[in-house]
Design a protein around this ligand. Structure first.
Ligand SMILES: *Cc1c(COP(=O)(O)O)cnc(C)c1O
Length: 223
């Protein structure tokens, strides 16, 4: 089932977004077993994204096929040490103190950490991230830190709004991406889109989507 879901999804995802950029599918694997994740990899998944450090550590050695590892969840600074050198891309750098600690610990460990700056595009209290208006300032401050390589922006669209508003927010993210690139940012990724909204995000210019439910089915939070 999981393998088929991945194959179907990979067929549905267009080769490129309207800006001619390739789209990377990251499987959002929170609460999934290593077996399920391995099934997804059999179906063609090359990138997996964890939300929880504990899960990331527990399953790390049970995942086959050497997928690229993403960290997409809220990260406490005292847990950075468990991820250093093992994560290919941190999507959720949502505050200065996290960026500073990640930089400091990366220097100590002798690694470069690739990161995305998370933007709270819907200005939601329940979500982390910088306000869109602060994106340039955040980019300047964070990219000046040693041992961090800022590869783009990440956002989660709100759940409870209509398509017109979602498009508007996704478009605003793409515009900010382009604006910072015009100023020399040289971003590789705009990480935006989940099971319910990835199509419209890609249409508006996302090139990296994080999909869980459409691959693994509804998550069981009671396990
Ligand atoms: C869980 C999660 C996803 C995937 O959500 P689905 O709706 O299950 O596709 C994407 N991004 C983040 C940050 C997540 O926590």
């Amino acid at each position: 089932m999981i393998e088929e879901n991945v194959k179907k999804l990979l067929k549905e995802i267009p080769e490129t977004n309207p800006f001619g950029e390739k789209i990377t599918l990251v499987a959002a694997v929170k609460l999934q077993t290593a077996d399920s994740i391995n099934c997804a990899i059999c179906g063609g998944i090359t990138d997996i994204g964890d939300n929880h450090v504990q899960e990331f550590r527990d399953k790390f050695d049970q995942i086959f096929g050497n997928p690229r590892r993403h960290f997409i969840g809220h990260l406490q600074t005292n847990k950075i040490k468990y991820l250093l050198g093992k994560v290919d891309l941190y999507h959720s750098v949502d505050r200065y103190n996290l960026a500073e600690e990640l930089s400091k610990k990366s220097v100590q460990a002798g690694v470069i950490s690739n990161i995305l700056i998370q933007i709270n595009i819907g200005n939601e209290e329940t979500k982390g991230g910088f306000p869109l208006e602060e994106a340039e300032k955040a980019y300047k401050k964070i990219s000046a830190l040693p041992a961090l390589n800022v590869e783009g922006l990440m956002a989660m669209l709100p759940f409870d709004c209509d398509e017109a508003r979602l498009r508007c927010l996704a478009k605003a993210m793409r515009e900010k991406n382009d604006e910072l690139n015009a100023k020399g940012a040289n971003f590789k990724y705009l990480s935006m889109g989940m099971s319910g909204d990835w199509k419209l995000c890609v249409e508006e210019g996302s090139n990296m989507i994080r999909v869980g439910t459409a691959i693994f089915g509804e998550r069981n939070y009671n396990k």
